[in-house]
Write a protein that binds this ligand. Structure first.
Ligand SMILES: Cc1cc2nc3c(=O)[nH]c(=O)nc-3n(C[C@H](O)[C@H](O)[C@H](O)COP(=O)(O)O)c2cc1C
Length: 322
C-alpha cells in the first residue's frame, strides 16, 4: 500500500489509488464515503436519496471524518436538482459526479465554480456529449452494473475500449468490478480508474439495511436482471416485487401502469428499510462473486493488493522462447 502510484485519475482528484466508490442511493452516506477516502480512494456521497439539507449534513459529517478528497454524486433524473446543486456550491464541494441526464445542463454551471465534473455514460455517443459539455472525465458504466443502466445493454468489456477511443479525457470503468483482477482487466482496456458500487454495498459502513446486505450475499449468477426498460432501465435482484414487474412487462403494461406499480419510496423500502418482499432491490451482477461483508478500508486494501499481484503475474502461463 506504500508504493506511490500516479495516473490521470489519481492526479485529477488528488487521491492515492484510482478507485472511486460509487454514489449509491440508500447506501453511500458519510460513513462509507469517508472510510473510502481515508483508505486512499475517492468516496462519493449519493445525494439521490437525500433531501438537500440531509446532503448538507452528510457533507459536514464527511468533512469531520476525513481530510482526504471526497465528492458528491448527483443523478440528474430527480426533481429539485437545483437545490442539490446549490448545496454543493455553497459547501464548496470540489468534485461532482453527475448521472442519468443530459451533461450539458449542469456541467457549465459547476465548471464555472472550479468544480471537477465527471459524467456517467453507457455509450460512446454520450461520452462524446459529456466531453463536449466540458467534463473532466467520464465513467463508462456497463450492463453488469447495479442501479440505473443504459438501454443498449453494452457490457463493460465492450464499452470501455469504445469510450477510450471516443474521447480524450480520462475514462473510469464501472459495472461488474469487485476484485483487483477485474480492476486490472478494466485498466488493461484503457480505463484510468474504476468506479465500484456493488462491492461497497457489502461493506460495514454502507447504510443499506442489514437484511438487504444478507440477501445480496446469497445472490448467485443470474439472480439480477435489467428491468423496466420502457420506463427507466434498472438492474434488480429477484424478489417478489421483481416478479410483479416482470409479469406486468410480459403482459404489456403501459409506461403509466409501470410507473404506478413502482409507486413512490420503493427503493427506500427495499434497500434502506429491508423489506425484501415488496421493496425494490438494486444490485449488480458482481454480487454473485462476493462472499463477505467487510470494512470499506479492508475492501480497498484487498482490491489494491490483488491488482498489484495481477500486475506482477498477469497470466498463469510460461512464455518460452523457442
Ligand atoms: C444500490 C445501488 C444504488 C445506486 N445508486 C446510484 C445513484 O444514486 N447514482 C448513480 O449515478 N449511480 C447509482 N448506482 C450505480 C453506481 O453508481 C455504479 O456505477 C455501479 O454500481 C457500478 O457497477 P457495480 O455495481 O457492478 O460495481 C447505484 C448502484 C447500486 C448497486
Amino acid at each position: 500500500m506504500h508504493m506511490q502510484f500516479t495516473n490521470p485519475v489519481t492526479k485529477l482528484f488528488g487521491i492515492r489509488l484510482p478507485i472511486i466508490q460509487a454514489g449509491m442511493v440508500w447506501a453511500s452516506g458519510w460513513r462509507l464515503a469517508s472510510a473510502v477516502s481515508n483508505a486512499g480512494g475517492l468516496g462519493l456521497l449519493g445525494s439521490g436519496s437525500m433531501y438537500p439539507e440531509v446532503l448538507r449534513e452528510h457533507i459536514n459529517k464527511c468533512r469531520a471524518a476525513t481530510s482526504a478528497p471526497f465528492g458528491v454524486n448527483i443523478p440528474l433524473l430527480y426533481p429539485d436538482i437545483q437545490k442539490h446543486i446549490d448545496v454543493v456550491l455553497e459547501e464548496k464541494i470540489p468534485i461532482v459526479f453527475t448521472s442519468a441526464g443530459n451533461p450539458q445542463t449542469w456541467t457549465g454551471v459547476l465548471k464555472d465554480k472550479g468544480i471537477q465534473v465527471v459524467h456517467v455514460v453507457s455509450s460512446s455517443r454520450f461520452a462524446r456529449k459529456a466531453a463536449e459539455a466540458g467534463c473532466d472525465a467520464v465513467v463508462a458504466e456497463g450492463f453488469e452494473a447495479g442501479g440505473h443502466n443504459g438501454r443498449e445493454e453494452t457490457t463493460t468489456m465492450v464499452l470501455v475500449p469504445a469510450v477510450v477511443d471516443a474521447v480524450q479525457i480520462p475514462v473510469i470503468a464501472a459495472g461488474g468490478i469487485g476484485t483487483g483482477k477485474q480492476m486490472f482487466a478494466a485498466m488493461a482496456l484503457g480505463a484510468a480508474g474504476v468506479q465500484i458500487g456493488t462491492r461497497f454495498v457489502l461493506s460495514e459502513e454502507a447504510s443499506s439495511h442489514p437484511d438487504f446486505k444478507q440477501f445480496v450475499l446469497k445472490a448467485g449468477e443470474g439472480d439480477t436482471q435489467l428491468t423496466l426498460k420502457s420506463l427507466m432501465p434498472v438492474r434488480l435482484l429477484r424478489n417478489p416485487f421483481f416478479k410483479q414487474v416482470v409479469q406486468a412487462e410480459q403482459q404489456g403494461a403501459s409506461v403509466e401502469e409501470l410507473r404506478s406499480l413502482l409507486g413512490k419510496g420503493r427503493a427506500k423500502k427495499g434497500m434502506f428499510e429491508g423489506d425484501l418482499e415488496t421493496g425494490e432491490l438494486e444490485i449488480g451482477q458482481v454480487s454473485s462473486l462476493i462472499q463477505n461483508i467487510l470494512p470499506a478500508g479492508v475492501i480497498m486494501e484487498n482490491l489494491w493488493l490483488e491488482f498489484l499481484k495481477t500486475w506482477n503475474e498477469p497470466l498463469p502461463c510460461n512464455l518460452q522462447t523457442p
